[in-house]
Write a protein that binds this ligand. Sequence first.
Ligand SMILES: [Mn+2]
Length: 306
Amino acid sequence: MIHTCGHKIPDSDSIVAAIAMAYLQNKLGNEAKAVRQGDINPESQYILDKFNLQAPELMTSFSGKDMYLVDFNNYTEAPEDLKDANIIGIVDHHKLGGLVTAGPLDCWIRAVGCTNTIVKEMFDYYEVEIPADIAGAMMCAILSDTVIFKSPTCTKVDTKITKELAAIANIEDFKAIGMEMFKVKSQVEGVPTRELVLRDFKNFEMHGTKVGIGQLEVVDLSIFDDIKDDLIADIEALREETSCDTVLLLLTDIIAMGSQILVATKSLNEIENAWDIKVQNDQFWLKGCLSRKKQVVPFLEPQFKK
Ligand SMILES: [Mn+2]
């Protein structure tokens, strides 16, 4: 049995790619099951409900199991016992993260905006038809990862494939569904602070320095006005609890196209040098910043090079 599995703190790309990959593997005659390493976030729940799909099963231990990794390829986002699992394939769109495998594997890694874009190419390669419900969910995952095509990570392949998936799913106005999704994402009222901080959170090792970066993508930053101080206090608490050097929280405004970045750090100079900015009241505005992967990590990482 192949377990198709996305990264820790799964986002919509990880959830939907696991579902789509399990479907494809089963069609190819390889028994497969979609699993997830963590809770379903509100956006992913919206997608699952919209297309009547079952959430992947929660599973966190994979010793001796066959795995197909989707949307990640590093140990920091992997199950603790990944080294004891048998990785038979990877489909991903992130930088290589130092994974070692025991045997040869199927590797589908491309510099596109979303794993589901590559999964669609796999369906085409193997000439397997995508059911309308799965196509709709894959379309949503691409709209989410590419911030409705606005992110610098978005490529022509992503937009082309989104349109193909929308046609399969019989959806005309896919951008309207994208906006609907980001409105769901923007609901922060009544949500515990720590839950917001960790909703889309990734850990990095930058030349031996531990850095955590969370991101909340919303349609209007004013929703954070009343809770910003709590968020700043909480990322500082999280930094201490996890012995991180730095924890950042990106409050990304997808309409104004930029991020208010909240900072908890022992390396203020490195943060300020990374973007040539001044941190004031534990925060700064980074104009044009929508992507943690392309506009944050590559600027910060070199600062920690010894
Ligand atoms: Mn992704």
